[in-house]
Design a binder for this molecule. Structure first.
Ligand code: SF4
Length: 368
């Protein structure tokens, strides 16, 4: 069975979704979670899994306010043939006023049918081919290109906000547009990281495309342009960022994918699919306190962590430190040293010695 058929079988009756750059970068945030990997490889978002497979109504969607603001800001920057975006590049001297070749792939074949999506992919390849062939007609700005990222043997469509290059540059860099307020050095680092991770997915897709063209993938530099919003106004600002670390973590997640698929298949019965709630929850997860920031399954996984008294509930450091004990309940047993409590492994013995020493010190201090 080929990889695509294996993935379709794994997914089961749940319809395949386009997860985009946001869906792919989520994996790099928790690379040890097989449940998230399985869903992403199969093309099912955690929000859909929470709602349709686990029948939960507490899955948090993106804030509608943030969504509307982002759409309005994007419309403002991209209206009139991306005129505002182009003037920003000219003002910042990253493009010359004569470098005004702008193509919107979305306008070329709008719509969501299979044929329209395929036309956008083909057009994107054609435009990128022009740049690689040093054609003087190669666009300086490509709005909403449609790239295909192979993740785990299945194609995942990625539509970066835009690609940009001067005429004398050998290749494009990825541009990401967010309605986050640009507060200079005080811009929320979590917002910047999220935007950079999405750009890194775009860079990885471009690198795969360059390999297809037989060109060195490194031509797509691990850099991106980030368009943010002036606080309180609909004015765009431009930051040039390095996304080297983000690209490495996405590339690592890509490289792990086939092994992950083998691992996932080995864990579920031959008749099992991810659309079956019992199967989905049986795939090992790796709950972290920051799961809430990016994965709609966090309420379910937290409940599982509570039921298993998982040290992950106490945060990253405690989770690592108490790993040999396996649970908070067991760590308390070791700490209090009740009669008959014997460490099961040398690693657990070390945790036991340190916890009981700390417990004794604390009891002496508390009791004077
Ligand atoms: S919420 Fe659950 S499925 Fe999602 S990343 Fe965390 S542990 Fe994995």
């Amino acid at each position: 069975m080929n990889q695509v058929a294996r993935i379709a079988k794994l997914r089961g009756p749940q319809p395949v979704q386009e997860l985009g750059a946001r869906g792919i970068e989520r994996v790099a945030r928790n690379p040890d979670c097989l449940r998230l990997k399985a869903l992403t490889i199969a093309g099912v978002s955690p929000a859909k899994a929470a709602q349709d497979i686990l029948n939960r109504d507490d899955a948090e969607a993106q804030s509608p306010f943030a969504l509307v603001l982002n759409q309005k800001f994007e419309r403002h920057v991209m209206q009139n043939g991306a005129a505002n975006l182009f003037s920003l590049y000219v003002d910042e001297t990253y493009l010359d006023a004569s470098e005004s070749k702008i193509v919107s792939v979305g306008d070329f074949a709008p719509g969501d049918t299979f044929a329209q999506r395929r036309r956008r992919e083909t057009e994107t390849r054609r435009l990128i081919g022009l740049k690689l062939g040093q054609d003087r007609h190669a666009p300086n700005l490509i709005i909403k290109p449609r790239l295909i990222l192979d993740y785990g043997g299945a194609p995942h469509a990625i539509e970066p906000d835009y690609l940009v290059a001067r005429d004398d540059e050998p290749f494009y860099r990825v541009g990401v547009l967010k309605s986050y307020a640009d507060r200079g050095g005080k811009t929320d680092p979590a917002d910047l990281r999220a935007a950079c991770r999405q750009a890194a997915v775009g860079v990885t897709s471009l690198r795969q495309l360059l390999s297809d063209f037989g060109t060195a993938p490194a031509l797509a530099l691990a850099r991106c342009d980030l368009i943010l919003k002036v606080t309180g106004f609909f004015l765009p600002t431009l930051k040039r960022m390095s996304v080297l670390g983000e690209v490495h973590s996405i590339e690592r997640a890509m490289a792990d994918a086939p092994t992950s698929l083998d691992e996932i298949e080995a864990m579920i019965p031959a008749w099992g699919t991810l659309s079956d709630p019992a199967i989905l929850v049986s795939i090992p997860s790796r709950y972290h306190t920051n799961c809430r920031e990016h994965c709609a399954l966090w309420t379910h996984c937290r409940e599982q962590a509570v039921a298993n008294s998982s040290p992950a509930l106490l945060g990253e450091h405690a989770s690592e430190y108490l790993a040999p004990a396996g649970s908070i309940v067991r760590a308390i047993e070791l700490m209090k040293g009740r009669p008959g409590t014997v460490a099961r492994t040398p690693a657990e013995a070390i945790v036991q010695a340190e916890l009981s020493r700390a417990y004794r010190t604390l009891s002496e201090a508390a009791n004077g």
